[in-house]
Design a protein around this ligand. Structure first.
Ligand code: NAD
Ligand code: DAU
Length: 344
């Protein structure tokens, strides 16, 4: 089996590559990544020399480049992780989100139609469903929940999902979509809540919590997400959407306090800053379908996953310190100065 994994130098894509090389040592994995600010070749260091792994620096919007790669590799499966993934950046500048997340997806699917494919898998997000109210803990996102997006990011992901379903219906593209809740774990880029708070804590810097920090996210250890996608591409039904989540809802403020506790840092580092525009209140996935159809269940409990994650950031300081010492400094000042906390 030849599998093209796009966005494999990012957080979830790299963890998926590690999982696939381990779980299917007879497969050939080709990682296609543009290496944007979020892509790190150093993340893939441990697999770079494997004979059944190839890295190609390429933009998924580059039609000629993508077609050439398909001609060379004749992939059986394409798993599309490549995306602009940060909500706050999409609020600053939506354009690149539309380009990569929508146009890029269409280029990949056109290549699949031209060269043939056994499966195209779109890695989507629970954010396409919008948010749920805090006072209705009985409500969850199912695959039937209508798309109702809040940010330019989630709208671009929803646009891509609609295109995938259209390519399936109109052209018979053998496609599947998975919509997962918030991931955490190794190689998570430190612009996102958990790694940002770990890095700031370790540097004794303020911990910028948006608003009161009462927003709820449904956290899943990244390895569990990767295992779910492995199941969907092999056993999932073509034309279907699968929600992935582990019933692990937590308020942002509680996550930040937990990180302080684990690292022995004072909660006085917590700084409440200006809220995110259009901030979604609560995400909560109903994973019944993937459980009943494919037997998937999350394996890592949050209490263990967060300890493993913090240990990873302690053991791999070089990885994230290099990131936050570069262009990230400008990003941080720009994003957090307005919010009243630019000290990093
Ligand atoms: P990430 O930002 O860490 O990584 C994205 C990767 O895509 C990077 O390596 C980047 O270089 C690459 N990329 C960006 N634009 C590209 C382009 N035009 N061509 C080729 N490569 C490009 O993102 P992530 O958190 O790993 O998310 C991966 C996917 O999973 C995204 O599609 C995201 O929407 C989805 N998702 C993420 C989460 C989460 O909690 N992080 C949850 C559900 C779904
Ligand atoms: O639900 C899946 C989505 O999860 C993915 O599709 C996205 O790609 C991924 O980035 C993530 O989106 P969120 O917006 O939920 O993640 P983020 O880590 O940016 O924020 C999590 C929560 O923490 C959110 O309520 C905003 C808040 N937050 C975030 C940052 C970066 C803060 O309070 N302070 C911060 O500095």
């Amino acid at each position: 089996m030849n599998i093209i994994v796009t966005g494999g130098a990012g957080f979830i894509g790299s963890n998926f590559i590690f999982h696939m090389l381990e779980a299917h040592p007879d497969y050939r994995i080709i990682c296609l990544d543009k290496l944007t600010y979020a892509g790190n070749l150093s993340t893939l260091k441990s697999v770079m020399d494997k004979p059944n792994f190839r890295f190609v620096k390429l933009d998924i919007c580059d039609r000629a480049g993508v077609y050439k790669l398909f001609e060379e590799e004749k992939p059986d499966i394409v798993v599309n992780f490549a995306a602009e993934s940060h909500v706050d950046r999409s609020i600053e500048d939506p354009s690149v989100f539309l380009q990569t997340n929508i146009i890029g997806t269409s280029v990949l699917m056109d290549a699949c139609r031209k060269y043939g494919i056994k499966r195209y898998h779109q890695v989507s997000t629970d954010e396409v469903y919008g948010d749920l109210p805090l006072d209705r803990p009985d409500l969850f996102f199912t695959e039937e929940t209508p798309i109702h997006t809040s940010s330019p990011y989630s709208s671009s992901k929803a646009g891509a999902d609609l295109l995938v379903m259209a390519y399936h219906r109109t052209f018979g593209l053998p496609a599947t979509i998975s919509r997962c809740s918030n991931n955490y774990g190794p190689y998570h880029f430190p612009e996102k809540l958990i790694p940002l708070m770990i890095a700031n804590c370790l540097n004794d810097k303020p911990l910028p919590v948006y608003g009161e920090g009462l927003n709820v996210r449904d956290w899943l250890y990244v390895e569990d997400h990767c295992k779910a996608i492995d199941l969907v591409i092999h056993k999932g039904r073509v034309g279907e959407i699968y929600n992935i989540g582990g019933h692990n809802e937590m308020k942002n403020i509680d996550i930040v306090k937990l990180i302080c506790k684990e690292l022995g840092k004072p909660e006085s580092l917590i700084t409440h800053v200006k809220d995110r525009l259009g901030h979604d209140m609560r995400y909560a996935i109903d994973p019944t379908k993937i459980h009943n159809e494919l037997g998937w269940l999350p394996e890592t409990k949050f209490a263990d996953g967060i300890k493993k994650t913090i240990k990873w950031y302690l053991d791999n300081r070089g990885w994230w310190e290099e990131i936050i010492s570069g262009e990230y400094q400008n990003y941080y000042k720009k994003m957090y100065a307005d919010r009243g906390s630019s000290d990093i």
